[in-house]
Design a protein around this ligand. Structure first.
Ligand code: GAL
Length: 628
């Protein structure tokens, strides 16, 4: 009895202690501002140990990889312990994922045996192999900084564990290369931009499709000074931006900044992009606030949200090294970095938040839906329609308050289809959806997709777009809507009607000079699934640049328009949806199929590396002021 009571008391005590610890941890965790150069703690309340790092975004999560510095060791005493990883959804509160690749303290013959120098880890996702590839500077034990390999480790999960795979000498030199950036371009090609040893010429080479080894020769980069180190590269609106430093070991120097429109071409020097003063350490921009660049993080879902990462090295006790993360301001088109004592994501939203509504200020004030007169009297004066949402696509950046750009993959019978951010681009007054072949994998294709899910979903109204749809040849363009709720998800969604939500296909560009429109309801599974589609003849539709596609949705009818002409009408009460639907624009590719014209594997233009496109001039949504 006694011992049971003791056990029960101890158990209670244990639970209490656990709760107290959890509270303490969650208190420690709540960080709401970046505080550059100050101690930054993880979810356990410990200083983050990820130096010279980089950040990868994957499936809703950011992963920060950096050098794990060993306790009590100076750089001279070999402080490198491997790659340490942290995960975060907001880039401020980081959860420790531990050492995902460690040095080997036992086997002295291992490339990663303790005493080696393992620096500046960067991780890139290889879509073809669905593999995470980590790269790092690797100076073998006993060799010193003379000769450096690029170490390569791989993992199936972003939080590891990583398995050491091999090493190579980069830069086309027998001494290898030093500081580097592994820049993944829109077409999946990874470029290795690095400092060649021993002459410190800045060079560029490309990796093979596995991202394991350099392929072809390296070339000296025109326009980038010798002794440029710590390169961090991003691509914004077709221009590559490189932030780097000079070469002075662990001691800070002046940052340098270059741009180019051709990554293999000539770069232009823009001097030091920094301004301001590090008030924590009393250091100015001649020392880059005491920091050295390591990476630039594109913030997901934020227009022009980029964060520059710098390391404030502490070679005497590197584990105490700090991080300086600062927002990059691109309002003038060029990178500008200003010291901030503290800051948060509002920095990037300041401009966007002044937007009053979903209506694009650039939509003409008297815009009204294009529909033939016998439907409902349409005129600017009729007041029938009120504009509630529009995007004229004139901003050169996707408005993430309105749209989600998809990052998804679909397995088709004989191809793999990927959608990612690079296949959707807003420029020159349009939003483009690109179709292309992944040049590094034979049966993989890319096509852009974006939608307004969770952001804007009307019930009834007039939804209209002016667009050019790709002429189908194994690929197609669709303008459609999907229910925000469960109307297409069994069992709730299966009720014998489209009233609770359905797939509304306004345009499915499956045939040359024609397209189909119609509905799918009650889910996609057999036997519940039902559909009602019809082909709309549209001669010359792909030849002329734009056509206006409209969908008028009232509580009693659905009408589909092409250039203002009514092409379909539905009045069956079972087929009228009465719930919110978001808007979808998607590109798609197919191999062998009996649905659309062509087979992407036989589309010569795409096979030869061509990039096909569909594009939209605008999307406008009007609400009825009369209720029908
Ligand atoms: C820096 C380099 C660091 C580290 C250091 C050693 O220039 O960026 O990664 O290698 O030199 O002195």
């Amino acid at each position: 009895m006694q011992s049971h009571n003791d056990f029960a008391t101890m158990k209670k005590l244990f639970i209490l202690i656990t709760i107290i610890i959890q509270c303490a941890v969650s208190n420690a965790q709540k960080i709401s501002v970046f505080s550059p150069a100050k101690i930054w703690t993880d979810n356990k309340g410990l200083p983050i140990n990820a130096h010279g790092g980089g950040v990868l975004f994957h499936e809703g999560m950011y992963y920060w990889y950096g050098e794990h510095k060993l306790e009590g060791k100076s750089e001279a005493q070999f402080a490198d312990g491997g790659i340490h990883c942290y995960a975060s959804k907001d880039l401020m509160n980081w959860k420790d994922k531990g050492i995902v690749l460690g040095v080997d303290f036992k086997d002295t013959t291992n490339d990663l045996s303790y005493g080696c120098i393992l620096e500046r880890p960067k991780v890139v996702f290889n879509q073809k192999n669905r593999e995470f590839v980590a790269f790092f500077k690797l100076y073998l034990k006993g060799v010193g900084y003379e000769k450096s390999y690029v170490g390569v480790a791989v993992a199936k999960h972003p939080a590891g564990p990583f398995r050491y795979h091999h090493k190579f000498l980069g830069g086309g030199s027998t001494k290898g290369s030093g500081d580097f950036s592994m820049f993944k371009d829109d077409d999946g090609i990874v470029y290795h931009l690095a400092v060649r040893k021993p002459d410190k010429t800045f060079v560029i080479g490309r990796l093979d499709s596995d991202y394991y080894f350099p392929e072809g020769d390296y070339r000296a980069v025109e326009g980038i000074q010798v002794h440029t180190e710590a390169p961090a590269v991003i691509k914004r609106k077709g221009t590559y931006h490189l932030l780097g430093s000079g070469s002075s070991g662990w001691k800070p120097n002046i940052a340098r900044y270059y741009t180019t429109d051709n990554i293999l071409g000539k770069w232009t020097y823009h001097g030091n992009p920094c301004s301001g003063y590090n008030t924590v350490d009393s250091l100015g921009i001649e020392k880059t606030y005491g920091g050295q660049s390591s990476y630039i993080i594109p913030v997901q879902g934020v227009v022009d949200g980029y964060i520059a990462m710098f390391d404030r090295w502490k070679p005497e006790l590197p584990i105490t090294g700090r991080y300086i993360w600062l927002p990059i301001d691109f309002t003038e088109g060029k990178m500008a970095i200003t010291w901030q004592d503290t800051w948060n994501m509002d920095f990037f939203h300041r401009k966007a938040s002044t937007k009053p509504s979903f209506v694009d200020q650039q939509t003409p004030v008297n815009a009204f839906p294009l529909a033939q007169q016998d439907s409902i009297v349409q005129s600017p004066k009729s007041n029938k329609w009120k504009l509630v949402f529009s995007d004229e696509f004139n901003d050169n950046a996707i408005d993430t308050l309105k749209w989600n750009v998809e990052n998804t993959s679909r397995k088709r019978t004989d191809i793999l289809l990927l959608a990612d951010e690079q296949q959707v681009e807003e420029k020159e007054g349009n939003i483009f959806i690109y179709y292309r072949k992944l040049m590094t994998a034979d049966t993989t294709y890319l096509a852009g997709r974006f939608n307004s899910k969770g952001k804007f979903a009307p019930t009834y109204g007039f939804i209209e777009t002016r667009m050019h749809i790709v002429k189908p040849n194994g690929h197609q363009m669709a303008f459609w809507m999907m229910p925000e709720g469960n109307g297409m998800k069994p069992p709730q969604g299966v009720d014998g009607t489209a009233n609770d939500g359905c797939e509304i296909d306004i345009v499915e560009g499956t045939k040359a000079n024609a397209y189909s429109s119609g509905l799918h309801w009650d889910g996609y599974g057999k036997p519940a699934h039902k559909s009602n589609g019809a082909l709309v003849k549209a001669p010359g539709i792909h030849d002329q640049e734009y056509h206006v596609y409209g969908f008028e949705w009232s509580p009693t009818f659905l009408k589909f328009y092409l250039d203002g002409k009514l092409v379909r009408e539905m009045t069956d009460p079972k087929l009228i949806p009465h719930v919110a639907h978001f808007i979808y624009f998607s590109g798609s590719c197919f191999g062998e199929n009996n649905w659309l014209d062509g087979d992407i594997r036989k589309n010569e233009f795409i096979q030869k590396g061509g990039i096909d496109k569909s594009y939209l001039d605008y999307v406008r949504v009007f609400e009825s002021t009369t209720g029908n």
